[in-house]
Design a protein around this ligand. Sequence first.
Ligand code: 5GP
Length: 292
Amino acid sequence: MRDPADASRIAVERRRARAAVKNSIARGERDPLSVARFAWDNIDSAEAGLRITEYLGAMPGVGAIKVPRILEAVDISSRKRLGALGRHQRERLTAWLVARGATGKTRPTRGRLIVVAGPTAVGKGTVVARIRDKHPDVRFSVSATTRAPRPGETEGVHYFFVSDDEFDRVVAAHQMLEWAVVHGQNRYGTPRAPIVEALERGDSIILEIDIQGARQVKAAMPEAILVFLLPPSWEELVRRLESRGTEDSAEQARRLETARTELAAQDEFDETIVNDDVDRAAEAVVHLMTNH
Ligand code: 5GP
């Protein structure tokens, strides 16, 4: 006879597996029809073990009130498990799902949205450039900005350089996932469509934006992984800002002031990476794209 402790462990594992299937339906990661077909082909699977009520209730837009009505419409008992439906019940359920827009296609798992932020001059740009170099397959969001291009910057690669009016129009059309005034001067924003498309396709994408933007992304897409790049020390941060020579001293002072408040925000982030070595920091970010 099987050890009763084993049996209860197996029961717990089965419940957990069924909960994972329900969650993937609820998040839209798995098409309900493909789940049903999988259940019918694999009668011992977690999918097959789902109660029909749990299965229907997990679908986006179907609540506890709708479940009994649906069961009545497809003439299936609420006690049934998905894998145990008869041929006619399967046909009626399939027809109902198709009418509701189910495709039966197995969608790729959604890509990851990685947001890299950190105080000014921490070397975000350098880390991102290193990732571009070493991992040409990694996708980056291209922000829109109202600031003028710097020497060496290319339209559509580093930024979309736009006028104030154009920026206004895109914001008014709700086409920005987030946007912010950075360093009290120019506006920067992340166009929403390319992000949504990449994630839907199953591609991961990196956003290199400021902290206000990172907060907005987390609010809009809680699944985003927020990464905070830290300088090895405050002194090193000051040194990096002064030595890059792209800002005059008034601008440097303004950016250091921003950096002080920005450093205080690190606890809001999911991960912190110390940028003491560019290669190591770059690899740590890339690692998060597949393991988190
Ligand atoms: P820079 O002018 O040096 O290229 O960028 C200044 C700051 O703007 C950087 O901290 C950068 O992370 C931030 N930034 C760039 N693009 C975006 C964006 O789309 N949204 C937000 N919120 N910040 C951005």
